[in-house]
Design a protein around this ligand. Structure first.
Ligand code: ADP
Ligand code: UDP
Length: 237
């Protein structure tokens, strides 16, 4: 059986990289995620990754309180660069070819984001990790995933997060919340379902770029989504 998608954009939650730790990057979690990415890459799926920064930056929110919002957001973007580097290094150790491209220029450290070059890497079978979000404050890495997914012509955005799909209400607050198998953009936006931010939802809706939300903690879930199996929630046009 072959994969359902040729090119995907995978959004990895920064916070999920902590595993059970209070802060930072948990090696076992990163190793498992990388082995799952390696598996789908071997199936011939081209993989772009956008990584969050919540594991590093939310831990510093105390220090950031009272700080200018844009300054705090730039710090958040720098946190995603650290995660991207850790992920790329884990990939190198597991013989997965990867490149990091940053939306903020730090040329001594990683490549700048250049769309054509990113597409070239993907065609060569390299995983491209997009760091520093969109490069703009007041945005999130979910929006970066929608943007980069659109730019590289991904067929779908896969949001690997702490919950196993989109629910009728936040499942962390409402134990009676029910999970959707599928939901349209209009309904998700209309019901204010906060699993993605509104900007990311709107961009994907405009671009007719579907999103699948699934659990980062469930082994094999990424492969199942990529094979087109019923996993998590599909948000569609
Ligand atoms: N309707 C909903 N369905 C699922 N999750 C929801 C919903 N509303 C709010 N959430 C919350 O959204 C969170 C995932 O979004 P977010 O914190 O942005 O994750 P990430 O770190 O992956 O970007 C979940 O942990 C969940 O508590
Ligand atoms: O385009 C972007 C992407 C991210 N951020 C900042 O980086 C932080 C980390 O990203 P995010 O919260 O999306 O990470 P995740 O929730 O996935 O861990 C955000 O809180 C923002 O402060 C930003 O300013 N612009």
């Amino acid at each position: 059986m072959s994969a359902a998608y040729k090119r995907i954009l995978l959004k990895l939650s920064g916070e999920a990289l902590m595993g059970d730790d209070a802060y930072g990057i948990n090696e076992d979690v990163v190793t498992r995620i990388v082995s799952e990415i390696a598996e789908i890459s071997r199936l011939g799926v081209q993989v772009g990754v956008v990584i969050g920064g919540g594991n590093i930056f939310r831990g510093m929110k105390g220090a950031a309180s009272g700080m200018d919002r844009a300054t705090a957001d730039y710090m958040g973007m720098l946190a995603t660069v650290m995660n991207a580097m850790a992920l790329a290094d884990a990939m190198r150790r597991m013989d997965v070819e990867a490149r990091v491209q940053s939306a903020l220029r730090i040329d001594q450290v990683v490549e700048p984001y250049i769309r054509g070059r990113a597409i070239r890497h993907l065609e060569e079978g390299r995983v491209v990790i997009f760091a520093a979000g969109t490069g703009n404050p007041f945005f999130t890495t979910d929006t970066a995933a929608a943007l980069r997914g659109s730019e590289i012509g991904a067929q779908i955005v896969l949001k690997a997060t702490k919950v196993d799909g989109v629910y009728t209400a936040d499942p962390k607050k409402d134990p009676d919340a029910q999970r959707y198998h599928r939901i349209s953009f209009d309904e998700a936006i209309g019901r204010n379902l906060a699993v993605l931010d509104a900007t990311a939802f709107a961009l994907c809706r405009d671009q007719k770029l579907p999103i699948n939300v699934f659990s980062i903690f469930k082994p094999g879930a990424l492969r199942r989504v990529v094979m087109g199996e019923d996993e998590g929630t599909l948000v569609h046009s």
